[in-house]
Design a protein. Structure first.
Length: 75
């Protein structure tokens, strides 16, 4: 039972970090492409490249969190 609860905590953390990275990466990309203005990141090629990479890392974390439980934890 304890292992299952720890697994749920890790899954919750993956979801939280994944959502935050996906949102941050999207904002960074939009600023880098010049869609969102008003910061030093606006129109900067570095953020236009780094933003999508950060967003993809967040999506990977969300995919990992969405995976089914390992076989040893199934009833």
């Amino acid at each position: 039972m304890r292992l299952v609860k720890g697994h749920q905590v890790i899954r919750g953390l993956l979801v939280i970090v994944g959502v935050l990275l996906t949102l941050a990466g999207t904002v960074f990309a939009l600023q880098g492409f010049g869609v969102l203005g008003g910061s030093m990141m606006s129109g900067n090629n570095f953020w236009a490249a780094a933003g999508p990479v950060i967003a993809v890392v967040g999506l990977v974390l969300l995919a990992l969190a969405a995976r089914r439980r390992p076989a040893r934890l199934r009833p």
